[in-house]
Design a protein around this ligand. Structure first.
Ligand code: PEP
Ligand code: MG
Length: 586
């Protein structure tokens, strides 16, 4: 916990992950084991320590009862019963007496004593034969977390019901947390861990919510309720921001607003360079809720529909009808424009249902197409839903994480079987639906000619491709500084993939986060990419940038940077190119 006085400004540094500035109240959301402090209590303070314990029990009881009532209202009494078991833990006199005697005999602080006794109880119940008794471990764990949060001064947070103007401060925000988040109340977020391409950051950018990640210890220094300012441009957080700082940021916000208005004024214009070259700018989405913005931003279709969004929101594998409804709604909203639906990319940090468990090395594990080929029923249900939706417009199917031809062919074989059964059932679908593969594994990049020959299009997933090429976990803040899109190996690989696709006449798109960054957008255009797919909120700036460069200059830039061995130097060239195009708006 920080030793700050109420009005003192404290600055915490992290990685700028999603641009913008937010000023609001911190909501500290903890998932992992708490660090329980341990210190001596003088004899005279023992009674006060016991009072603190009683107060925390009372607060915890009130908290649990509130959640219980809410669950009973929304999901029914059956679902709420678990919380009765939690309340009983707080009435367990044997446990509470043991905590009191632990305090009196050891004279350690109450949270330390409570934690010790709770751990002892959990170990005891864990060793029981009786299943009912073993299940009490989970009850005690949940209750002790809540109680410890209350003792240590941190709240248990319901992400689905945030107070207005909340800024979440967490160790991490998992994709399933992100799916639960009440996005209408969320002003920004801060995480101790994470990298620039984590799922929560991608979500933040699409919602235009400022985010700073990789702070290491923000959750220990910020307390729920603290007024904080999150600067997603510079990657800093200010606790108790002063009036003069808020004034400075207010000015920055109005400058940014003007800049955005200039970008927006070109939004209906074509994405064409000053020397007449066009590039298709498409949108990355996670669900139907984003289509209004996609249309408003004049995206030329959806280049990446991350279907995991639907699964995460349903906390499981939704039936064909639910999937069909959402795919069809997106396709209809897109009108004549194409919608590239990516089949389920589960695994890695995106965990859904029982089939899908957290693995060591999860990004290299049973993920995406591997998972779908190992769970063919889940895969077939999704393919049926996509094929059925294909009659509503221009749908394309894309497989994630293809690492070789055999995987591509195996996926196509399942697709052929699904088509066959739909034919048998006389259910209509677009017979000539285009099928493409993501290129995001280095092995796929090395055989791009072979993949291009057997696909209708390719899309480069740079978020993963970079992590696999440089062997740098995209979520690990300890190695975030090595996650480098300007690395010469990345640039050469991108060029080779685009060249490979072009040689085969197979269009190549880029749908990783770099496609939404003008620093890289010009480079990708110069390399010969056919389209870029990006978070629609970033589209106005990228379009403005494209309209203010020449393709011939972008090609010259590609030639130049491909000769450079040092990525800092590459970045310098790319930044100079960006600044020249954007001028005062850079
Ligand atoms: C990628 O890897 O670049 C990509 C677009 O997919 P995701 O971020 O969903 O893994
Ligand atoms: Mg990917």
């Amino acid at each position: 916990m920080s030793e700050k006085t109420p009005s003192e400004e404290i600055i915490i540094e992290g990685i700028a992950a999603s641009p913008g500035v937010a000023h609001g109240r911190a909501v500290v959301y903890l998932q992992k084991q708490l660090d329980v402090p341990c210190y001596d209590i003088p004899e005279a303070k023992i009674e006060a320590e016991l009072e603190r314990f009683e107060q925390a029990i009372l607060e915890t009881r009130i908290g649990i009862s509130k959640v219980r009532d809410k669950i009973a209202d929304s999901l029914g009494e059956g679902e709420a019963r678990i919380f009765d078991a939690h309340l009983l833990v707080l009435e367990d006199n044997a446990l509470l007496d043991e905590v009191t005697s632990e305090l009196r005999s050891t004279r350690k602080n109450i949270e330390f004593c409570f934690n010790k006794v709770a751990e002892r109880y959990m170990a005891f119940f864990r060793s029981m034969e009786d299943e009912y008794l073993r299940e009490r471990v989970a009850d005690i764990r949940d209750v002790s977390r809540r109680l410890l949060h209350n003792l240590i001064g941190m709240q248990t947070v319901n992400l689905g019901q945030l107070a207005a103007e909340s800024i979440i401060v967490s160790e991490d925000i998992s994709p399933s947390d992100a799916a639960d988040l009440d996005r209408t109340k969320l002003l920004g977020f801060v995480t101790d861990g994470g990298g620039k391409t984590s799922h929560s950051v991608i979500m933040a950018r699409s919602l235009r919510i400022p985010a700073v990640v990789g702070t290491h210890d923000a959750t220990m220094r910020i307390v729920s309720g603290d007024p904080i300012l999150v600067d997603g441009y510079e990657g800093i957080i200010v606790i108790n921001p002063s009036e003069s700082r808020l004034f400075k940021y207010g000015k920055l916000a109005s400058e940014r607003k003007k800049r955005d208005a200039t970008f927006n004024s070109f939004i209906a214009e074509p994405a064409r360079t000053a020397d007449g070259a066009s590039i298709r700018l498409m949108a990355n989405i996670e669900g139907i809720q984003e289509m209004e913005q996609v249309k408003a931003m004049h995206a030329e279709g959806v280049g990446l529909f991350r279907t995991e969004g639907i699964f995460l929101r349903h906390h499981g594998y939704p039936p064909e009808s639910v999937q069909y409804e959402e795919y069809a709604a997106v396709v209809e909203a897109a009108g004549d424009q194409p919608v590239i639906i990516r089949t389920l990319d589960v695994g890695g940090d995106k965990l859904i249902g029982d089939e899908n468990v957290k693995e060591d090395n999860s990004f290299m594990g049973f993920r995406a197409i591997r998972f779908c080929l190992g769970n063919v029923d889940i895969f077939k249900t999704q393919l049926r839903a996509i094929l059925r939706a294909s009659v509503h417009g221009n749908v394309k199917i894309m497989y994630p994480m293809i690492s070789g031809l055999n995987e591509l062919r195996a996926a196509n074989q399942v697709l052929a079987e699904v088509k066959q059964s739909l034919l048998g059932e006389k259910i209509p679908f677009a017979a000539n639906i285009e099928v493409g593969a993501m290129v995001e594994v280095p092995s796929a990049a090395m055989i791009v000619d072979l993949l291009a020959a057997e696909t209708d299009f390719l899309s480069i997933g740079t978020n993963d491709l970079i992590q696999y090429l440089i062997a740098v976990d995209r979520l690990n803040d300890e190695v975030a500084h090595l996650y480098d899109p300007a690395h010469p190996a990345v640039l050469r690989t991108l060029k080779a993939i685009i060249d490979g696709g072009n040689a085969a006449g197979t269009p190549v798109s880029i749908c990783g986060e770099i496609a939404g960054d003008p620093i890289y957008a010009g480079l990708l255009l110069g390399m010969g990419a056919d389209s870029l797919s990006l978070t629609s909120s970033l589209l106005p700036e990228v379009k403005y940038f494209i309209r203010h460069i020449k393709k011939s200059d972008a090609e010259a830039l590609v030639k130049e940077v491909l000769q450079i061995g040092d990525s800092e130097e590459v970045l310098g060239k790319l930044e100079a190119f960006r600044q020249k195009a954007l001028g005062k708006l850079a």
